[in-house]
Design a protein around this ligand. Sequence first.
Ligand SMILES: C[S@@+](CC[C@H](N)C(=O)[O-])C[C@H]1O[C@@H](n2cnc3c(N)ncnc32)[C@H](O)[C@@H]1O
Length: 360
Amino acid sequence: MTITTTRSERAKLDFVGGLMAYNSMGIGKSMFTHYEANKPKHGDAEPSFDEVKAIMEGADAYKFGAFFERHNHAMMFQTTLDIVARQKQQADDWLDTYNAPGSVGSLTLDPSLEPPRYYKNLEIHTQPGNYHGEYGGVLYDWMIHPFLVHRDDNDEMGWDLANGVPKRDYKRILDLGCGVGKSTLPYCDLYPDAEIHGIDYAAPMLKYAHKKAESRGKAVHYSQQLAEDLQFEDESFDLVTALWLYHEIPRKSMDKIAQEAYRVLRPGGVFAIMESPPFKVMREKCSPLSEFLLDSTGRRMEDPYIPMFFSLDRVEMLQGAAPFDKVYDKELPNHLTGWSTDGQYFFGAFPWWATIGEKS
Ligand SMILES: C[S@@+](CC[C@H](N)C(=O)[O-])C[C@H]1O[C@@H](n2cnc3c(N)ncnc32)[C@H](O)[C@@H]1O
């Protein structure tokens, strides 16, 4: 990467990153302690959502944390923008040079593509200018590592899904809403003979993804497309994936994307999405506190579709959208929240939740 940092910029990044870690691990722990000390005792029955809400909205740790998280994010984004602004010309030249001679992958942009209407009046998870805003990829990548307390620095979530899809001899793989490629790159290593594609609607994400893949020598073909309107031929892929895409889109788009995935899959192909588990599962198998924290993060951090998405039965959703032969949920190891590991957790500990549709 040619975006450089001075010693004082690195110190600031460390400071803001430290605050992010404190938000997750320190304040998160205080919230958990408050909840455990105050939850009503109903025998075996867990407290209702409204009971958890009342407990948490009375907690100093929650009130402080809710404000802190938003402003902490803003500080991280602004720090990153300041660093890029200091070297604007070099950053622009670097990002705008793609498909250089010797590239192993490719980038195809479509300047006529309009951002989806649902992102027009929104800065998703408070990212300035949204995914399609200037330096969207840099902002996302530099925020996500400290936000996830560096537990995803090696694309662990991408690996968890890539390792969790049915093992087949996939020859052509497509990652929808690929972002900066964290969910795409693991397939290059797991399926070295396959042709790997990633699509995203946002050019700044793709430019950064292309740079990242090329710097690692990974052959990924990135293109700017809407997941609801793919520009690929019918029956041209064996595996289609979407990691952390579905919780950010409206209900109708979920169906359109599943229909497009079905269309481009060959017979025998697999569509797999992965997110945190639905609220019902979190509540029953993990903790009603995790449900509350995820719901409230969505409302507070400009992720408006979170409450709706996590209330859905995902098997019913996929079955209703396209005639997949077999649709099922699958729990996957989660290295981020500590589920299935001995690690400390934040936002509760739960498995990843893949929903898989197989086309016969
Ligand atoms: C939360 S990010 C996840 C990125 C990546 N899958 C990962 O796991 O790191 C969601 C991505 O989906 C993209 N996206 C959102 N809606 C889209 C749509 N309708 N079509 C294509 N890409 C979309 C965004 O631009 C963003 O890069």
